[in-house]
Design a protein. Structure first.
Length: 368
């Protein structure tokens, strides 16, 4: 049995923020680390920003302008696996499939009515099999474990009217008055104010929805945009994650660098260009967030009878892959071939001594 344990020689998941900072939205709280996901949003205008961070222990941290109670994370919230930041509300998905929402409870995107299996119910309490979430300007979305979508909140342009028969959905994105769904066949479905998905768009692995434009990340690492503005920088490739905000977009490339483009403050462009070792991104369109870490895990698996430990390396850094039979401090030993020099590519270390091994734990440490 293979288990993964992070080494103690570094602190993973540090958050970097840049762009507008009127309410401290791009200034993460001191000491914030071990973050695995971030979300950013504004509200009515650029001076109403706030941010969310999900920590590896399943806790959520919020900062920025506490208008509408958006940064008032419910006491005792834990076991969270995903977060989303709407303009007026926050969402969290727990590991038991339940969705937690917070802000002014009079907002229907927090506790509003929606349809589930033909019955009018109240969300999020009735939703207990969610596998993904998204928060828009004034509405919320959830993907259920059976691949269907639930929507609730304000319905100005049909953004909560999920198309009949929509199924096999892997992920959702919520923009300003519209919604996107990524299906398992790599196609995208849209409803609400923005429905003009490019004809023939296929092989999509991620979607992002902004104020008036959408992004799709394709399996070949390229990005497609539509809406306004719909531009993508020429030659953009090797992208592994995307984020869309108010006329501003971010792309995370496989080498850990970030590219920003759009119509907003030049500070946002400079902040994105200065990043390296990035593992996750988020934008509100006025302020931006990134998680930087010296380690990005890619794979923990088997190619019988050997264990495989894969991770992304960054140039100029050195890594050590170690194993232990019982996790006790003196029991860790470096694998043969487990010392890796970072060059910006993915590393794959094979444990060739796992035959007849009952249990083995692995960890990856950054040495420098």
């Amino acid at each position: 049995m293979a288990r993964l344990s992070f080494g103690s020689s570094f602190t993973p998941g540090q958050v970097v923020g840049w762009g507008k900072n009127t309410a401290g939205e791009s200034s993460p709280p001191p000491g914030l680390n071990n973050v695995v996901a971030v979300a950013a949003s504004g509200a009515i205008h650029e001076y109403n920003g706030y941010s969310l961070a999900l920590k590896s222990d399943g806790k959520v941290v919020a900062w920025g302008l506490d208008i509408y109670g958006r940064t008032n994370v419910p006491a005792g919230l834990s076991s969270v696996v995903a977060i989303a930041a709407g303009n007026f509300h926050g969402l969290a998905l727990r590991d038991d499939g339940k969705v937690v929402a917070w802000a002014n409870n009079s907002f229907p995107q927090v506790r509003g009515a929606g349809w589930l299996d033909g019955q009018l119910v109240q969300f999020p309490e009735a939703l207990n099999d969610a596998a993904g979430i998204a928060a828009g300007w004034t509405h919320s979305l959830a993907v259920r474990s059976n691949g269907t979508v639930v929507a609730w909140g304000y319905n100005y342009y049909g953004e909560t009217w999920v198309p009949a028969g929509l199924s096999n959905v892997l992920a959702v994105a919520a923009g300003r008055y519209y919604s996107l769904a990524l299906k398992s066949d790599g196609t995208v479905t849209a409803w609400g104010a923005q429905t003009n998905v490019p004809a023939g768009l296929t092989n999509v692995v991620a979607v992002a929805a902004g104020y008036g434009h959408s992004l799709a990340l394709k399996s070949d690492g390229t990005v497609v945009a539509w809406g306004s503005p719909a531009n993508v920088p020429a030659g953009l490739s090797n992208v592994v994650a995307i984020a869309a905000g108010t006329a501003f977009s971010l792309a995370l490339r496989s080498d850990g660098s970030v590219l920003g483009w759009g119509q907003n403050d030049p500070v946002q462009l400079l902040g994105a260009a200065a990043l390296s070792n990035t593992v996750a991104i988020a934008t509100s369109g006025y302020h931006d967030l990134a998680i930087v870490s010296a380690l990005r895990m890619k794979l923990l698996g088997w190619s019988a009878p050997n264990a495989l430990i894969g991770f992304h390396t960054f140039a100029g850094q050195e890594y050590s892959v170690e194993y232990s039979p019982d996790l006790s401090p003196p029991s860790w030993s470096e694998l043969v071939g487990g010392n890796v020099q970072g060059d910006g590519s993915n590393a794959l270390v094979t444990d060739t001594n796992t035959l007849n091994t009952v249990k083995r734990f692995y960890r990856v440490k950054r040495l420098r």
